[in-house]
Ligand binder design. Structure first.
Ligand code: SAH
Length: 346
């Protein structure tokens, strides 16, 4: 098994069957080996630099009904909110003063934010903070919308593919959502010139070593600048309320595989990873991740952006905890840097 990890390190890919074998059969020693190697690769490419992104969860209205997600349309218990332009600019101001040079606007697919409204917002943020990168994470849109956002100044786009297996995609999403359209959106984003991010949840219902192998091969082929993975965590007001959460060990192992496969990728240790384990994000960094995304949303709405139960929303997760986060990163030999942290081009 060590040999497979080494092969992945050297060739940056594996055959489907090798991936399936590794995912289903690996032992603790293999996991440790992969994680240590992945950390070494991260250090070779990015040194001890960890990038921070200020996450602004600007709306939890959503027209979609993804079975796993706490802000799905059918969840009548979700208290809906949307931030005003002034609120959002205020979040950016606070973030900027704390040293953030990337803002991530994330939200449900909220019809209020039309092409014009969102483009206008993007334009204003970029005009106020021309030295910052702006990342969007607002789901599936038309090519015209993506183009308008890019022209308004958005630099990056996060759109997890969620799973690269068609049948698994259907287990996670009702119609009219489809894997085909999700992939089409990712291709469009790349074509337009966005730095693009894909990814998946670890341990989502229906996930198997086979579907995971598809995910890795899909990501290898897409070659995105960013990859976001984190454990699935069940939410009590969704059809997946009784499903088991993804595990720390699986997430760390897959982070390591991703670093070995895509050495230059920007790879966050996600909030979900920090939620399932108090040191989740540090362990993620030690397994090859190199990005953390503290929350810049106003405290008043943070508890409402509940994609899953138990989401960390105070303390270190809060931007006010940035000093703490710096300290936590220093204890593992890393340094938070406050530039845009662009993708390291090969
Ligand atoms: N509407 C946007 C943003 C979605 S939220 C979009 O469609 O891209 C960002 C990510 O959170 C999702 O892509 C999903 O992978 C993750 N997520 C949603 N529900 C989750 C849950 N219950 N547990 C863990 N991650 C979840």
């Amino acid at each position: 098994m060590r040999e497979l990890i080494h092969k992945l390190y050297q060739t940056q890919t594996l055959e489907r069957e090798e991936l399936i074998f590794l995912i289903s059969e690996r032992d603790e020693e293999t996991e440790r080996y992969a994680r240590d190697l992945a950390r070494k690769v991260r250090e070779e490419v990015y040194g001890n630099r960890i990038f921070i992104r200020g996450l602004i969860e600007f709306t939890n209205y959503c027209k979609n009904d993804c079975y796993y997600c706490g802000i799905r349309r059918s969840n009548k218990n979700a208290a809906r909110y949307r931030l005003t332009k002034e609120d959002i600019l205020h979040c950016c101001r606070q973030g900027y003063d704390l040293g953030f040079r990337t803002f991530v606007l994330q939200g449900g697919e909220d019809g209020y934010f039309t092409k014009e409204r969102l483009a206008n917002l993007i334009y204003e943020i970029k005009e106020t903070y021309p030295d910052c990168a702006l990342t969007l994470s607002v789901g599936e849109k038309s090519e015209a919308e993506y183009r308008a956002f890019h022209e308004a100044g958005a630099d990056r786009y996060l759109l997890r593919h969620e799973t690269a297996d068609k049948d698994h995609y259907r287990i996670l999403h009702p119609e009219p959502l489809s894997l085909e359209n999700r992939k089409h959106c990712l291709e469009t984003l790349k074509k337009i010139g966005f730095q693009t991010g894909a990814g998946f949840m670890v341990g989502s219902p229906g996930q198997t070593p086979e579907t995971l192998a598809e995910d890795f091969l899909f990501l290898k082929n897409l070659d995105p600048e960013m990859v976001g993975i984190g454990p699935f965590i069940s939410h009590g007001d969704t059809p997946f309320r009784d499903k088991a959460d993804g595990t720390l060990e699986d997430t760390l192992f897959y982070l390591a595989l991703l670093r070995l496969m895509l050495p230059n990728v920007l790879l966050p240790a996600t909030t979900a990873l920090g939620t399932i384990h108090p040191s989740g994000r540090e362990l993620g960094i030690l397994s090859g991740a190199n990005v953390v995304m503290p929350n810049l949303s106003p405290l008043s709405v943070r508890k409402k952006y509940m994609l899953y139960d138990g989401k960390i929303s105070t303390g270190d997760e809060a931007a006010e905890g940035i000093k703490n986060l710096k300290k936590r990163m220093e204890t593992i030999g890393c340094q938070i840097v406050t530039d845009r942290g662009d993708y390291y081009k090969k």
